[in-house]
Design a protein. Structure first.
Lengths: 308, 455
């Protein structure tokens, strides 16, 4: 049984004396310098015409012109936006279903869970750039090992290659993201399952509730915060996806795999149109913020409502 | 190539050279004030830069100046320089960059004109006379902007036709080809022949393809396509020099025809064409899987000469890009030495660049995969023995300038995207080029109206 923790007399003394300020200062400075400062600078830059390429664009204030152009005229931006939404929904949904299923299987049927969880960590521990390079080689059209077997089994025709077939590119990118991040979902859900109390399940069994009832009425509600957390983390991460896709496809062929982050990279670091690029980056931030708050409220509001 | 430079500038440089002849000059003495200094540069990780790295210790021995060379992939070598120049950190004492970036550097005041150094009798080697020793057209195209020199060519790169001479000279192939197409098999002189040869040699069951296109969404696609565009008589802007702005003609009927022809060759290229850039097609050629393609001169060495890397040494032939309505043309892209205004060791950097432009270093670099801009190096017996020298020299003579204005990178990015969209069947050639023309016209403003307005 947990007991409430009261501040120690020494702690109270320190707080009273204002000694907490020097202790908080380093962390506060780090946040201000590396997070808050750049964020507000990005907003400011988004309202200028700053370009490293064009000498006529020295950073004059243009108000909301960049945002207006982005929203009203930039069809490439909107194409990338909807592509990113489809990528996030598809990859996170598949990762969640597979990850949840795997976690349940491990929880119920596997004895040596530690060994298995260690093995599951491997894809997650690889840097996204390394994952991109590995899969680019495996799926290379002339000598890629996976391409060879796909052709051997008749899944891929001899005259085609994965990254040169526009219809196959995004499903492949999603599949690779699923390969890398499903273990993350599994591990988080498994941790949630392992920390659940046994008593509600025992009581339900005594009351005659079957496995399905227990799953729907006990397990899922108890896991809701964990599920919310994992979906939120994966959703944010997938929305920012850049490295793997950039390495594997460069956004192509055409605009088939040009996610929003790749578009932002092109505007900022290929064309050096930093004012407009900052507006694109801000829109990415805004969308993530809106999605997060909507999702968070949807999940926790329901939880709070039930508790009340 | 057109005259891109005002004559007075050349005369001034020549006079600076004469002035420098007054006293005896030695590298050791000129470098004495900079002994112990370290100069750092950055460039693309390719044989010419590797050759420079092998040569640098000799300069270090003579001068006591240490040379550090950073090598990166093409795009990274460009973006790292942009960040350094704009932050004014001065990490790089001299830079080696593709000349399409030049306008951006000059108009933003990031690079020093070389006159700054050439006017100094202590720095300038009187034997170094670029106005006489370099291909003037290439020098002006690669290292000059608006009539003023900002550097010297590190490589004068052009593209030309590579073909498998063993296949094209095979009597059986010749007989079969003549029976089917009605003329002798030989290096393609026009685009019809180029297509016929590609079709004839496309035998996927034998692991052989007629050609290999660089179809990835990458600068390589744009560079390759320019050969077809120019040869068909098209262009991007209607201008006489890379530093000029003018009407947008990238959606002309010639450009559309060139682009459609280019895509038609995909039928004779391996399945992963939309994922290839220059490294991939070079590897295919090294493995003997391709009969002909259009490729860079700085990649030739690794395919035609280097026995450790290539299975087709002694089996390669080279010729100019096939001729279309635009006549015999080649597209030139040079990497140029430049000294940033933020450099902390400008003089020492200039001394190294000047030393690298010397005949001996240029010859060594060229024989190890470089592409010199010195005609006397091309004339040497050793270089003449290289199987690609004639094609390389020939393409130097007919090379066309390309935009070097500050917006050229963004123009390239627009065209790469639209060309890639066309190859991926997202658009027709006309739709893709119309879109590109519209965006380029908007980007450049009033100096670049659309000559072929979009309905």
């Amino acid at each position: 049984m947990m007991t409430a923790v009261n501040p120690s007399p020494r702690g109270t003394f320190l707080l009273d004396r204002g000694a907490s300020l020097p202790l908080l200062l380093p962390a506060t400075l780090l946040v201000l310098v590396f997070l808050v400062g750049p964020f507000y600078y990005m907003i400011y830059t988004a309202m200028t015409d700053l370009s490293f390429a064009n000498p006529d664009q020295k950073g004059a204030f243009v108000g909301f012109d960049n945002f207006r152009k982005l929203v009203r005229e930039d069809s490439i931006f909107w194409g990338s936006f909807w592509l990113t939404i489809r990528f996030v929904v598809a990859s996170v949904a598949v990762e969640f279903v597979l990850g949840f299923g795997l976690a349940l299987l491990i929880w119920r049927f596997i004895e040596r869970q530690r060994l298995l969880t260690t093995l599951l960590l491997v894809p997650m521990m690889l840097a996204p750039v390394a994952v991109g390079l590995i899969w680019r080689l495996l799926l290379q059209g002339d000598f890629g090992m996976v391409t060879y077997y796909l052709r051997q089994f008749g899944i891929l025709s001899q005259a085609s290659a994965v990254f040169s077939s526009p219809a196959l590119v995004m499903p492949t990118v999603i599949a690779i993201d699923v390969w890398q991040w499903t273990p993350f979902v599994t591990l988080i859900i498994l941790a949630g399952l392992m920390s659940m109390p046994r008593s509600p399940f025992e009581a339900a069994t005594m009351d005659g509730a079957g496995p399905w009832r227990q799953f729907v009425d006990i397990l899922l509600p108890l896991l809701r915060p964990i599920i919310a957390l994992v979906l939120l983390l994966r959703g944010i991460d997938a929305f920012k996806e850049f490295d793997k896709v950039f390495i594997m496809t460069g956004g192509g062929p055409g605009t088939v795999s040009e996610l929003l982050s790749i578009y932002a990279y092109r505007v900022n670091f290929k064309n050096w149109n930093l004012g407009y690029g900052a507006a694109v980056s801000f829109m990415v931030y805004l969308v993530v913020l809106i999605l997060c708050s909507v999702f968070y409220k949807a999940v926790y509001w329901k939880t709070a409502g039930e508790r009340a | 190539m057109g005259a891109l430079i005002a004559t007075p500038a050349l005369a001034a440089l020549a006079m600076l050279g004469l002035a420098g002849q007054a006293g005896a000059w030695s590298l050791e003495e000129a470098a004495a004030p900079y002994k112990g200094v370290t100069i750092r540069t950055i460039g693309e990780a390719l044989p010419p830069l590797e050759a420079m790295k092998k040569l640098a210790p000799e300069f270090e021995k003579q001068t006591g100046i240490t040379v550090e060379i950073e090598m990166y992939e093409h795009s990274e070598a460009v973006s790292k320089v942009m960040l350094d120049l704009n932050s004014k950190r001065g990490r790089y004492d001299f830079i080696i960059q593709p000349h399409r970036e030049l306008g951006k550097f000059v108009t933003n005041g990031h690079v020093e004109p070389v006159e700054t150094f050439m006017a100094s009798a202590t720095l300038r080697d009187p034997e170094f006379k670029p106005e006489e020793q370099l291909y003037q057209g290439l020098w002006k195209e690669i290292s000059w902007y608006e009539g003023k020199p900002y550097g010297f060519p590190f490589t004068a790169l052009t593209m030309y036709e590579w073909y498998r001479s063993d296949l094209l000279n095979d009597p059986k192939e010749k007989e079969g080809f003549k029976a089917k197409y009605g003329y002798e098999l030989g290096p393609a002189q026009d685009w019809k022949q180029y297509r016929d040869i590609a079709e004839w040699f496309t035998r996927p069951d034998q692991g052989l393809y007629g050609t290999a296109l660089q179809g990835k969404r990458h600068e390589a696609l744009w560079y390759e396509w320019l050969n077809f565009l120019y040869s068909y008589g098209g262009d991007m802007l209607e201008v006489k020099a890379g530093s000029e702005c003018g009407p947008v003609v990238v959606n002309s009927p010639q450009a559309i025809a060139a682009t459609e022809y280019y895509k038609s060759l995909m039928a004779f290229s391996p399945p992963d064409t939309l994922n290839y850039f220059w490294d991939d097609v070079m590897a295919l050629m090294q493995q003997g899987k391709v009969a002909e393609l259009i490729m860079w001169n700085d990649a030739t060495y690794a395919v035609a000469v280097d026995e450790n890397a290539s299975s087709v040494v002694g089996k390669m032939g080279f010729d100019l890009v096939p001729q279309g309505e635009g006549g015999k043309v080649a597209q030139v892209e040079g990497w140029t030495y430049l000294v940033p205004t933020s450099s902390k060791n400008k003089e020492a950097a200039y001394l190294f660049i000047q030393w690298m432009m010397d005949y001996d270093q240029q010859l060594n670099q060229h024989l190890n995969g470089g592409a010199t801009a010195r005609p006397d190096v091309y004339a040497s017996a050793e270089v003449q023995k290289l199987p690609y020298s004639q094609a390389s020299m020939g393409s130097n003579e007919v090379a066309k300038p390309k935009p070097t204005i500050p917006q050229s990178s963004e123009m390239t990015d627009i065209l790469v995207r639209e060309l890639s969209s066309y190859l991926a069947d997202e658009k027709t050639a006309k739709e893709a080029l119309d879109q590109a023309a519209k965006e380029i016209s908007e980007l450049l403003g009033s100096c670049a109206p659309m000559k072929y307005p979009v309905q």
